[in-house]
Design a protein around this ligand. Sequence first.
Ligand code: ADP
Ligand code: MG
Length: 210
Amino acid sequence: MHSSVINRYAAAIRDAILAHEADIECLDREIGDGDHYINMKRGCEAIAGLADELNTLPAADALNKIGMKLLSTIGGASGPLFASFFMSMSKTLKTSDTITTLQIALAFEAGVQAIIQRGKAQAGEKTMLDVLIPVATTFQQLAEQGQSDKDIAAALKPIASDGLESTRNMLATKGRASGLGERVIGHLDAGAKSCQVMIDTICDLIVSGQ
Ligand code: ADP
Ligand code: MG
């Protein structure tokens, strides 16, 4: 994986986050403090501003740079969590010379574990992890089976959507929504929505061979 691919994915993610402004903003307003969309937008724009520099770096170093940038630009709970994800992905990818799909899957899993450690949350607490954990598990399983990138990407799209939908009827036990009790039932989690949008965007690029 070359850093130009990372830049391409980052640009597509930014477009997709901007296109989902209304729903992401609305979800965090309903059961959070309404800043999640702004945080995501700020992070996407900061990464776009790094594009030239990222192009000169090996992929693992580019991911670390993205993590550090997110740490200093996204506020809220989600900034340090996304930063941990990218820095941990970077560390895992650094251990190998060539980057295979399985190594990306293992790095993704390591990134999700870093979010779990940093945020002390688990699946079922109405957070981004309800999308990220099932995606990481399936990604790793399919990569270990040697499935093609296109097949893996096509399979991960519904896993991410189902993970997002699963947050609807969960109580929130982590993050700002955790003080709201039963009031959160019926609402999707904003961070889970952002993660679903980002994963869906990258999977669409891979499925269409871009
Ligand atoms: P803040 O909650 O500080 O306003 P954001 O609005 O940017 O920050 O992000 C909120 C999202 O962060 C939530 O919707 C949830 O998905 C995620 N989140 C919050 N706390 C945690 C946690 N401990 N572990 C995992 N994800 C979390
Ligand atoms: Mg918020």
